[in-house]
Structures are given as C-alpha cells and as structure tokens.
Design a protein around this ligand. Structure first.
Ligand SMILES: O=C(O)CCC(=O)C(=O)O
Ligand SMILES: [Fe+2]
Length: 300
C-alpha cells in the first residue's frame, strides 16, 4: 500500500538539481509556478470564513495581530495538491531521508497577518528539536503565499547563508541582512529548519495570508499532533500518500505502531481485523536479529 525504501531512494534521486543546489547554497529557494494561481486563490477563498471566525493568537511568537489555523486538509479539500506536491516531496526526501526511514508532516497551517503587525522574531524552526545542530536537518518548510508577498506586507524574511553549520554560530541576526522575496500565489518558498527566518512586519493596508506546509524526520514528534488532528475516521478518506505523511505508517523499527501493527490498518479495517503484532524492522536490524538467533542455536 505504502512507499517502499526503494521508492523513497528513487524520490531522493529525482529531486530537481537547481532547487537542491539553491537550498544547499543559500538556505532557501523559490519554486515559481509550483501550482496554478487559480487553485491557490480557491484555497484562499475557502479559508476566508475560517479566518474571519478565527481568534487572534496569544503570546509573542505569532503575535496578537496574527491568526494561525491548523489542519488544512480539513479546511480545504484540495490541500493535498500542496502537501503531496511531487517535485516538492522529492526535494523534501532529498534533504531529510538520510536521517529517517520516511518523512512526515510536521504541520499544515494557514497564517493571516493583519495590517500593523510587527515583524515576527527571527528564529530557526529546528530549535524545537532537542538534538545536535549543524550536522543534520530535522525539518523542511514550504510557504505558499495565498496573497502576493512583498517586503512591506509581511512577506517571510530569510537570512541567506544562516543554515546548516552556520546555525550553530549563534550570532544575533542583522536586520539589514534579511531578504524578503516577492512571491505570487502559485509559487512556493522552501527552506530547511536550520534557516533563520520570520514573518515580516505588515506595513500595508491589507492582510497577508499564507499556507505553511512543514515536513520533518519521521521519528520526530510533530508540531501538530497528527493523530488528533486526523483521527482514523478522517484519515480514512485521505489518499495513502497523505495518510502516510499524517502518521499512518510505522517508522522502522516498530515506531508508531498500534497493537503491534502498522496504524494504516485502522484506515482499511479496524482492530478486529488485525492478525496480531508484527515486527517492522530495517534490513540491517532484521539481519542482526537473525544472526544472533543463529548463533544461539546449539550445534548438532
Ligand atoms: O508566516 C510566516 O511568514 C513565517 C511563519 C513562521 O516562521 C512560523 O510559523 O514558524
Ligand atoms: Fe518559523
């Protein structure tokens, strides 16, 4: 049902070189015309009412002039086109697959920033991961502008070259070194969890809106709890690719199981259909266990 290791390796190999190079060199890249603008406009229209009703955030990270909304697949039936965008997933796999068995969704969000909002504090999203920094990437984010982005209306700011091993130097960010790419709906902005960034100040008269689709290593605790956001009765209607990204898969060895089984079983049947616990091991783990068992056998 789900992708195999070989198909993940193939996806990594297919990652389009120009984007991979720019991401590795600068710490961000833009994919123009990633999707037709009309499709993004439809998403923006579908979210309008939810944004209208949504409360402002409390606390300093998003700020009290910002409305973040989670669970995009429930709010916009076509959000799978963004989440499972083939070229983007190839790039995500290229950057994250070296450190995991498969990648997962870290978050799906839409963020509206009101006129008058101050700039968000520059941050690295990887700072929520308590592990070594500078040696590996934990996350890759994709920001889809739902309204045109420009430096005056709250466009995401990025600090070029602040990623990878530069992320451990810890210098205070220089405001003048930030860039605010001009983006049109339909384009996508990609950056890894190590890149310093933040939403810009909205000095315009209109709301800035964006969708943020974040991916992470499959063994990491995700930003948005996927099994609460998308319980089985909801995820049952997802494509197998989206369900897998939303946590309905075991990360080998045996991580994220349900009663010893792959949680995807809950989408196709139910606990009563389960045949009992079953190991999900990586090849080298299976070989190590087998070798141990062989060595324990009494000769003759
Ligand atoms: O809205 C933006 O431009 C950036 C948001 C962000 O950095 C975050 O939510 O971590
Ligand atoms: Fe961020």
């Amino acid at each position: 049902m789900f992708q195999t290791q070989t198909s993940i390796a193939n996806m990594r190999d297919r990652a389009p070189a120009p984007y991979v190079d720019r991401l590795a060199r600068n710490g961000w890249c833009i994919m123009p015309d990633a999707l037709p603008a009309q499709r993004i406009n439809r998403l923006d229209d579908d979210l309008a009412e939810a944004f209208e009703r949504a409360p402002y955030c409390r606390g300093p990270f998003y700020g009290e002039t910002t409305k973040p909304l989670g669970r995009l697949p429930l709010r916009f039936v076509h959000s799978e086109a963004l989440i499972c965008h083939e070229r983007i997933l190839e790039i995500v796999h290229h950057f994250l697959a070296p450190w995991c068995d498969h990648v997962q969704l870290n978050t799906t969000q839409a963020i509206a920033i009101d006129p008058g909002a101050p700039a968000q504090a520059p941050h690295r999203d990887q700072d929520m991961c308590h592990g070594p920094k500078g040696e590996m990437e934990y996350l890759l984010n994709v920001i889809w502008p739902l309204t045109p982005f420009n430096p005056d209306n709250g466009a995401t700011r990025l600090w070029p070259g602040s990623h990878g091993s530069a992320a451990i130097e810890g210098d205070a960010p220089h405001e003048e070194q930030a860039v605010s790419p001009v983006l049109a709906p339909g384009s996508a902005l990609l950056f890894p969890g190590s890149t310093l960034h933040g939403a810009g100040a909205n000095r315009s008269g209109s709301v800035r809106r964006a969708a943020v689709i974040g991916y992470s290593l499959g063994w990491l605790k995700p930003y948005e709890n996927p099994w609460l956001a998308y319980p089985p009765q909801v995820a049952r209607h997802f494509s197998s690719e989206l369900a897998k990204l939303a946590g309905y898969v075991q990360h080998r060895p045996n991580l994220g199981h349900f009663e010893g089984q792959c949680p995807s079983t809950l989408l196709t049947g139910g606990p009563e259909l389960m045949t009992g616990p079953r190991d999900a091991l990586l090849l080298e783990q299976a070989e190590m266990v087998e070798a141990y068992c062989r060595a324990q056998q009494v000769p003759g």
